[in-house]
Structures are given as C-alpha cells and as structure tokens.
Unconditional design. Sequence first.
Length: 206
Amino acid sequence: MNRPVFFTPRAAPLPGWLVAFPAARIEPYPADIKSLYIDSGQTVWLHHDTLASGLTSKVSTLRSALPENPIIVLSNVPSDEEGLAVFSAGAAGYTGALATTSVLRQIQFVVTNGGLWIGPSLLSRLSKIAGNSDGHRNEAASHLDSLSAREREVAIAVAGGATNKEIARQLGITERTVKAHLSHIFDTLDLRDRLQLAIYVGKQSV
C-alpha cells in the first residue's frame, strides 16, 4: 500500500488530507529527511505556505533526498508561474492545498502510476507556449519522426496526461514495455522527463 507522506509547516494537517488518506503520515517541515524512513515509491506531498520562500529549493532538496519518490506540491495560493517552477525543480504534481478529497486521490493515482498531474490551466498554457515556438517546430517534428510508430503513440499518450498503466492498457503492452519506450524516447529527443515531453509534443499540435 502506498501510504502518502505529508510535509507541512502547519501545527496540524488540513482535515481534507486525512479524509482522502486516513493512513497518511504527517511530518513537520523543515525536517531531517535523512532520519525519516520513507519507502521507495511512496508519494511525498509538500505543503507550501505562500508567505514562505524558496519553494523550488525545497522541491529540489526533496528530489535529491528521495529520488525514487514522486513529489506533489500543495500550494496555499496556486498559480501557473509557481507550477512551472516546481515542475522544473522535479515535482510530479501541483495543486491547491484545499483541493477536494476526490482530486487528491486522483492525483495520488496518477503520479503513483508514473504520470504527471499538471492541471488543465497549466497544461493549456504549456500548449500555447509550445505552439508559439515556431522556430523549433520543424526540428521537433523531425525528431518525432525518428521515433518508431509505437514510440510516437506512447509519446502522444504521455503528452495527453496518461499514466504508464493507462498507456499499457490502451496499447495492449506491459507497463515495463511502456517504461522501456519512454527511456528510449527521452534519450532520442534529449528530454529529461514527462513534462518536457508534453511540451515537446505540444509543438506539433498547431
């Protein structure tokens, strides 16, 4: 069972977190992460107080300390700009601290299965940014053509927000094969992660 870990500067967690995940583990932040035992693959939720600074640094620190754990940022006042920054720092998800229990559970499901939770507003903005990058469109298309037909299917599915499990089911292959395709796609396109792939594929949508 994937028991989520919430890091928060609050004295007590927000009630919705425990409604969504009754067995969640709540830890104060900042914390001595090295002294905590967190299983590989457990989702890590980082609550960010808007009055605090250094969010991207916090995400980078957690990413370095917990390289096998997807990190989701909960922001008191979410914005597209902040979302872009935390994804660049290595987050796998970003949402408001007051997100509904159903949304929290959906985010947990998506990132646990290898997806990114970008959110509709930010995803729309990324598509527009990518679409306006006319100077790189032909080069990007050329590189996508260097992928196999199945790899292009995987890339397009990832760009649409699908998880590895969903892609495996859609294409009739195993999750292990999806991961292998993604590894080759990242190497071929010289990309770091799923977010960069989503932006890259978005350049072909206009």
